[in-house]
Every structure is written in structure tokens, then in C-alpha cells.
Design a protein around this ligand. Structure first.
Ligand SMILES: [Zn+2]
Length: 311
């Protein structure tokens, strides 16, 4: 239930093709769903991946190119048709918020939920969510227009009680949270029982960084360092490096270099140009630099902490 899952809902670039939909992902975590980018086809992909509209709490829009944005008015309208209640927060640049507000005022008169706009700063480093379990921060990317990525970090978790040892030392029930937080136990006689004898280490905390769209920019490495999983755009192959740079995009080899420099555990590449009939050559090139690389694909679900490449 506490799994941190990433659903790939769209991983193409520019416009929908026969192979791929424009950019969209969903993070499923502790009962909530957070959408990252919202290209056309997002609603259909959300349904096909059996994600519930009622669980959507946040939508993050990296920039205002159509392939990351044009599914948003339809999704916000559908949320009202599905009687979604509570609050939905859209994290978006100011001009995008104004545009979406205008469209929604025309096409969806009675929202059933509170629609909140959280305005993004193009310089990044904003804390967008900071609750008991999770921190979400923005990362400045380097594209043809203002663009930010997003980093999701689970907070450190509590230690696990060793029930047998806790009973042995007669730890009262009300002290259990203190043990989970790492404190030692002091008996009625004043004896100090080390926490390490009464608990086992917590489940690891995982992290995810989403970087699309951007040229290869080593400036982002410090902001994505050590994440469990990195999604980095790889619109083109190595032979198209000049084209990639001129259009504000990266090659798969460049994405792999960024992953290696940032010491991430796994890399997912995406935002593929429709000119490639297969993503295999892009993955093969990336693996020469960073072996633990896979290509995103619609319908793929990744659980953080599980092996990326099963072989
Ligand atoms: Zn773009």
C-alpha cells in the first residue's frame, strides 16, 4: 500500500502518434494520484491504467508547450463530471494558469471540487509539497521556453519494532512510538536499553526526478543527485545531437551521462521523437554510458525500490 508507483501514461514528443501519446505520468502514492504533465490522451491513459479520478490531488505542468498541456482542460472538466470533491492543485506557470482558468470558465461551469493554482517560478527550487510523507520540489530545466522538472522525495520512515525484544524488556505500549523514532528505552531500574536492540532499520525512503524537456545541462545534476529513479527526456539519438540542441532537447546518450553524473540508481528515457520506429537503438546507446536504463512506454508501471531491468 505504501509502494511508490510511477505510471507512464504518455512518452512521445510533439503530437500524438501511432506509437506514443504526448507527455503524461501519474504517481500513485499512499492513496493519492499526482499527474505530471498532461498531454492529449491523458484521460484515456488514466482510465486504461485503472487510476481513479477521485484520487487526483495534484497536477504538475512542466512548461506550456502543447504536448505537455493540452490534455489539462479536458481532464479538469472530466473531474467535475465524475463528481470529484475536495481540492485539486495545479502547479503551473502564471500564463498557463490564466489560460486554463479562461478555458474552464467557458467549458465547465460548475466544478464539484476546489481548483487551486500554485504558480511556478521558472528559476526552480520551489517547495511545492511538504507533508508528513513527501517533499516535492521544482528543478530549473534548460528548454526553449521556461521549463521546470519535479523531484519527489519520501521523508525518512520510522524504525520497525522488534516485538519479541520489546516484550522481553517489558516496554510499555505508550513508548512504542518513541522506539520507532529511534530513542533508547530506560527501564524502571534506570537501565538503558539501546534502540538498536529493540528495533530494526526503517524501510528505505525512495525518490524520483522528472526532467522534461531540456538540453543536456550538467547544471541540473546537483538537483537530481542520488535519486532512486530518474526520468530524463531523450527525444533524439546520438547522431542527432545538433538537432536536439537546436530544439532544446537531449539525446539518449546525453540523458545517460546526466544519470551517471547524478549517481542515480535507474534511468527511464522518454519524450521520443516520432521519427523513430523503435526506441531500442536509443536504449542501446544510453546503456553504453548508463547500463541500468529502460525506455518508457505507455502502460508501464514502475515501483521504486524494485529492479528496473529484470534479467
Ligand atoms: Zn517542450
Amino acid at each position: 500500500m505504501d509502494d511508490f508507483k510511477i505510471h507512464i501514461l504518455g512518452c512521445g514528443s510533439a503530437s500524438p502518434s501511432e506509437r506514443h501519446l504526448p507527455a503524461c505520468q501519474a504517481i500513485e502514492y499512499r492513496g493519492r494520484v499526482m499527474i505530471i504533465d498532461c498531454g492529449e490522451g491523458a484521460q484515456l491513459s488514466i482510465r486504461r491504467n485503472h487510476l481513479k479520478f477521485t484520487r487526483i490531488t495534484d497536477i504538475f505542468i512542466s512548461h506550456l508547450h502543447g504536448d505537455h498541456l493540452l490534455g489539462l482542460p479536458g481532464l479538469l472538466s472530466t473531474l467535475a463530471l465524475n463528481d470529484v470533491g475536495g481540492k485539486v492543485t495545479v502547479h503551473i506557470f502564471k500564463e498557463g494558469a490564466e489560460l486554463i482558468k479562461h478555458i474552464i470558465s467557458l467549458v465547465a461551469h460548475a466544478l464539484t471540487y476546489e481548483l487551486i493554482f500554485d504558480i511556478l517560478d521558472p528559476s526552480g527550487n520551489q517547495t511545492l509539497i511538504n507533508d508528513n510523507a513527501l517533499t516535492v520540489t521544482s528543478i530549473r530545466l534548460n528548454h526553449t521556453i521556461p521549463c521546470v522538472g519535479f523531484r519527489f522525495d519520501e521523508k525518512p520512515k520510522l524504525r520497525h519494532i522488534n516485538g519479541e525484544m520489546a516484550r522481553h524488556f517489558g516496554v510499555p505500549h505508550y513508548m512504542m512510538n518513541s522506539l520507532r523514532e529511534g530513542h533508547d528505552y530506560i527501564t524502571a531500574d534506570g537501565e538503558v536499553i539501546a534502540n538498536s536492540r529493540l528495533t530494526t532499520p526503517p524501510t528505505p525512503s525512495y525518490s524520483y526526478a522528472y526532467c522534461s524537456d531540456t538540453i543536456c545541462d550538467p547544471g541540473i545534476v546537483k538537483n537530481i543527485h542520488d535519486v532512486t529513479l530518474l526520468y530524463h527526456e531523450a527525444t533524439y539519438d546520438a547522431a542527432s545531437a545538433k538537432l536536439a540542441f537546436s530544439r532544446g532537447h537531449s539525446t539518449s546518450v546525453q540523458a545517460a551521462r546526466i544519470a551517471a553524473q547524478a549517481n542515480v540508481q535507474g534511468l527511464v528515457i522518454g519524450h521520443f521523437s516520432s521519427k523513430y520506429p523503435s526506441t531500442d537503438p536509443l536504449v542501446t546507446e544510453a546503456r553504453t554510458i548508463f547500463p541500468n536504463t529502460i525506455a518508457a512506454n505507455e502502460g508501464m508501471t514502475l515501483t521504486l525500490g524494485q529492479q528496473l531491468i529484470l534479467q
